[in-house]
Design a binder for this molecule. Structure first.
Ligand code: DP6
Length: 361
């Protein structure tokens, strides 16, 4: 699919008003997206587990304007309260996607959104939030053009979500989603995420992710600024190359259920992401002392218990603890006994790999 194919044919139905709701999950990258080109094109391919519990529910109510307008009419509410601070981001998103969704200037919208995870938990809501909004907009488009296929619906939802936030492209479907062109992954695209097309061993089914809330403060560096720092970064080309290599290695790891191979790629990806931030200009350290304490505890526990617990990080201090479902009892006990103490207010969230977004009736 090319960008042009996402420009809709003239709408065949006329709809005066309606309401649609989607629940869309967050995701956790195993091979990280860090660095992008114009129009939200990733500098390297990435892959993530779709999560189940951490999600955004968004309802879009829409009513046709008497005549098409020159600007966008919408209000946004978070947890039932009007949230003016979200408007500029959504306006920019509407501007970016307008050519693909021309109905945006024909209706007024009410966007109501809420997250399952605590606000300002340091968990990025852009992936779940932007994908939920993109799905609602696609549902409206499906009402206007009912003959569209489910594949087109999903692809375009991911395409639109990407234009809102890159990682959101990976939140439409589960359970393992790849975004960005990779020579060995057929169907992979820079424009939208695809379900991982190769064999995945059953040990990765229901894989667990416990998110340790180490620092719930404001993000020190926005992801937009962070991605930008990869332009002219001294190690950028090598890093982009490494992401391609790691995806190739993961093919065997997933097929064979090689947990040790999985650990070494996933932890290295997390540390490389932070190494890129520490070696950019300006430079950042987004880990906190407790992030390092947790990493050391995980390594010691893994050694002693012979389990396959490992960690990954996003662009912040929180730690995602990953482990297979059949080690859940032991690892969750360890988290409670030894890691919770390093979390703000002892807070953590147990999550696991899910199947993607859902329409809510
Ligand atoms: C570190 O998707 O938040 O989580 O496209 O600017 O919205 P924008 O960036 P965003 O970047 C996420 C980066 C990451 C790694 C990842 O999820 O792959």
């Amino acid at each position: 699919m090319t960008e042009k194919e996402f420009i809709p044919s003239p709408y065949t139905k006329s709809v005066l008003s309606g309401k649609t709701t989607y629940k869309s999950p967050s995701n956790i990258a195993l091979v990280k997206y860090w660095g992008k080109k114009e129009n939200q094109i990733p500098a390297n391919p990435s892959i993530s587990f779709t999560l189940n519990e951490c999600a955004t529910v968004t309802t879009v109510t829409y009513e046709r304007l008497n005549e098409p307008s020159n600007s966008f009419f919408f209000d946004v509410a978070l947890d039932g309260k009007v949230e003016g601070s979200f408007k500029p981001k959504i306006n920019t998103f509407f501007e970016r996607v307008y050519q693909y969704l021309p109905f945006l200037k024909e209706y007024q919208f009410k966007i109501e959104t809420s997250n399952s995870f605590p606000h300002s938990s340091g968990i990025a809501s852009s992936a779940s939030g932007m994908s939920a909004l993109a799905l609602c907009l696609m549902e409206i488009e499906r009402n206007l053009n009912p003959e569209m296929t489910q594949d087109y619906f999903n692809q375009k939802a991911s395409f639109l979500a990407r234009l809102g936030s890159g990682s959101a492209a990976r939140s439409i479907k589960g359970s393992l989603v790849q975004w960005g062109v990779h020579a060995k992954i057929e169907g992979s695209s820079n424009l939208y995420g695809v379900e991982y097309p190769h064999k995945v061993h059953s040990v990765f089914q229901n894989y667990c992710d416990t998110i340790l809330l180490v620092d719930k403060g404001q993000k020190q560096v926005s992801s937009t600024v962070g991605h930008d720092l990869m332009h002219g970064h001294p190690f950028a080309e090598q890093r982009f190359h490494q992401a391609h290599e790691n995806l190739l290695k993961l093919e065997t790891v997933f097929a064979e259920g090689d947990l040790n191979g999985f650990i070494s790629i996933v932890e290295s990806e997390a540390l490389t992401l932070h190494a890129m931030m520490m070696t950019s200009q300006p430079y950042f350290i987004l880990m906190k002392p407790n992030t390092l304490e947790i990493i050391n505890k995980i390594w010691a526990f893994r050694e002693d218990s012979k389990t396959h617990v490992c960690f990954t990080l996003d662009a912040g201090a929180n730690v995602h603890v990953l482990y297979p479902e059949d080690e859940k009892t032991q690892v969750q006990q360890f988290i409670k006994d030894e890691l919770a103490a390093y979390c703000q207010n002892g807070q953590f969230i147990h999550d696991f790999v899910g199947n993607g977004a859902q329409k809510i009736n």
